[in-house]
Design a protein around this ligand. Structure first.
Ligand SMILES: *Cc1c(COP(=O)(O)O)cnc(C)c1O
Length: 309
């Protein structure tokens, strides 16, 4: 990245400096004799409304749009997309217009979409079928001169933005764990990892065999040689699937550690982390940071009072 006044990073840092609560949240680990330390990086605390990794992923795209004199951001997402909420809010904050291409029909009125609309996002609903062909959608609106951001913020600039998450992680950390959706955040962490650090990604999608390629496409050949692993066993049935066992785990995590998680990403990542610790995946004395990537939008799809937070 060229050295430039990174206004979004500065704003983020200011926000972070006003947080008086610890951004590293220690988690008590029972039944281990390996003196393993586990902290959760609470990116969910960076902003009350829109939390987590989506901010980091958006920063360079928004700068790039401004640099190219484009004043409208357009992107894709579903009715409960954290990325849609974050894009809408970020554009409002930075006086950019924005358009959300939403999968499904207009009858859905999710909390997320209401919020996006209140932020000023123009919503365009398209069928699931048409949603799959993103190039055709872009072609349709070609004359509008919009700045397109991929679904979920996937892309090299997104991962470069996510790399800046590393500045909040102590250097003596040995293992960093994050949930994988598009893999953009994971790729960013790999970019920023120090030689003694291993990055572990918990894939929350089931049977997504192209993920390795999609991640490699965001990395240079040199970065592909760094220490990382993608773990596929913790999807709990697939994207946003939340069996009772997972909901029970989320309640327990809240009661014992005061840690709120979401059904799509962070609950599965935390479950995996604790399960891997109990299965001795980590060497003794490991210092682990699990990234709470924020985004509690998925929980709004649950019936009221399912969760205590
Ligand atoms: C979007 C999201 C992710 C996935 O991030 P990717 O960069 O797409 O892999 C993880 N956690 C939360 C809370 C998210 O909203």
């Amino acid at each position: 990245m060229p050295i430039q006044t990174n206004i979004f990073a500065i704003i983020l840092m200011l926000r972070l400096s006003f947080i008086d609560i610890q951004i590293l949240h220690p988690i008590s680990i029972l039944n281990t004799t390996d003196s393993i330390l586990l902290n959760v990086l609470r990116l969910d605390k960076i902003n009350e409304v829109v939390s987590g990794n989506k901010w980091f992923k958006l920063q360079y795209y928004l700068q790039d749009a401004v640099k190219n004199n484009i004043n409208t951001i357009a992107t894709f997402g579903g009715a409960y997309s954290n990325h849609i909420a974050a894009t809408a809010f970020a554009c409002k904050e930075y006086n950019l217009k924005c358009v959300g291409i939403i999968r499904g029909d207009e009858s859905q009125t999710s909390h997320t979409l209401k919020f996006a609309k209140e932020c000023g996002m123009q919503l365009i609903f398209i069928s699931r079928e048409n949603f799959r062909n993103k190039d055709a959608v872009k072609e349709k609106y070609k004359t509008n001169n919009w700045y397109w951001i991929n679904e979920g913020g996937y892309g090299i600039m997104g991962s470069q933005g996510a790399a800046s998450i590393m500045q909040y992680i102590p250097q003596n950390t040995t293992h960093i764990i994050a949930a994988i959706g598009t893999g953009t955040t994971f790729a960013g962490l790999i970019k920023a990892a120090l030689p003694h650090q291993k990055i572990i990604g918990i894939n929350i999608l089931k049977g997504n065999t192209s993920i390795n390629n999609e991640i490699n496409n965001l990395l240079t050949e040199e970065e592909q040689q760094k220490s990382f692993e993608i773990i596929n066993q913790y999807h709990f049935g697939g994207y946003a699937k939340h069996p009772k066992e997972l909901i029970e785990f989320m309640k327990q995590l809240w009661i014992e550690n005061n840690l709120p998680t979401d059904i799509v990403y962070t609950s599965k990542m935390m479950f995996a982390t604790l399960d891997l610790i109990s299965k001795k995946y980590f060497p003794a004395e490991s210092k682990i940071v699990a990234i709470h990537s924020g985004g509690l939008q998925g929980n709004f799809s649950l019936p009221p009072n399912t969760l205590p937070f």
